[in-house]
Write a protein that binds this ligand. Sequence first.
Ligand code: SF4
Length: 351
Amino acid sequence: MDHKKLKIVLEEKNQPAFRYKQITKAILRDAITSFEDISTLPKELRAILSEELPILPFTLMNVVISADKRAMKALFMLSDGKIIESVLISPKPGMWSACISCQVGCAMSCDFCATGKLGLKRDLTTDEIVSQAIFWRGYLKNEKIDGTYANIVYMGMGEPMMNWDNVKESIEVLTDADLCNFPNRGLSVSTSGIVSGIKKFADTFGQVNLAISLHFASDEKRSKYMPVNKGNNLEQLKEALQYYLRKNKRKLFIEYIMLDKINDTHEDAVMLAEYLRSVGTMHLLHVNLIRYNAIDGDHVPSTKNTVQNFKKDLDDLGISATIRKSIGDDIHGACGQLAGHVVRERRDKQE
Ligand code: SF4
């Protein structure tokens, strides 16, 4: 729900000031999904709001649930007919994290990512971003799914730093105690390494987590698989990370997707360790190793054994690292797979 529009509608209808708080609390915090269900509102006002203000700025097309029930993927149709995806996962029992999108498609064209293959269609508005998080809060409540809704991660479709104004505003709305009231530290933003964005983020959000999709520690390989590296090379990225660490002194997460024989050798581990050592402040850097989730058969995931060996190499080189277990790959809801649905449709049409 667009809280700014709500304010305007309430003023136009000469409603008392307390109504705004009453409604934002009900919709944004208590996960009530219809104005009709806010029993404290006069009947007439409920009807007006239902008519004039959509609670969600998109239509739910479907929710697919993974076999282990630890991941759910929602497909939403926006008001202009474009489609986005958003995922809810349970990284551990009793805990839920929403992975939300910030753009329709993405211009960054990372070679191993389904979203990147779509190209950029458009930025999402603040309301479209926030509403994904609100949707999942309501979904957990309505489906009577137990557990804490603990995290919201900007790791769905799109590059957050390329839609900075709306992403920034969405974080403000999500963490505003009078609006969505999510804790700052429960939010994480992931970037492919937009240097100017990392600096803006460091200046703006001291408490929100930041993750860097590094994936390669040589400019040659990184530029080949991640075109973003051409304008934001590893040296420039290093300076941005140092800037962030100086300002915030908070743990920085380094994401590393493991692709068979592309970035998973012993030499790659040594290069990664050297690069991170050159960033400095080692105790604040943590590497998440993610086995590539196959989408189109373009690449092959590293074997489980190789991932283990890579982690051991990092351990021996003094780098803190975790192997992240993939959740939701059977519903194409895992890291790098979002938009798989649309990609499959497009391919079918070409055949
Ligand atoms: S990995 Fe992220 S930045 Fe790269 S194309 Fe996919 S969505 Fe965009």
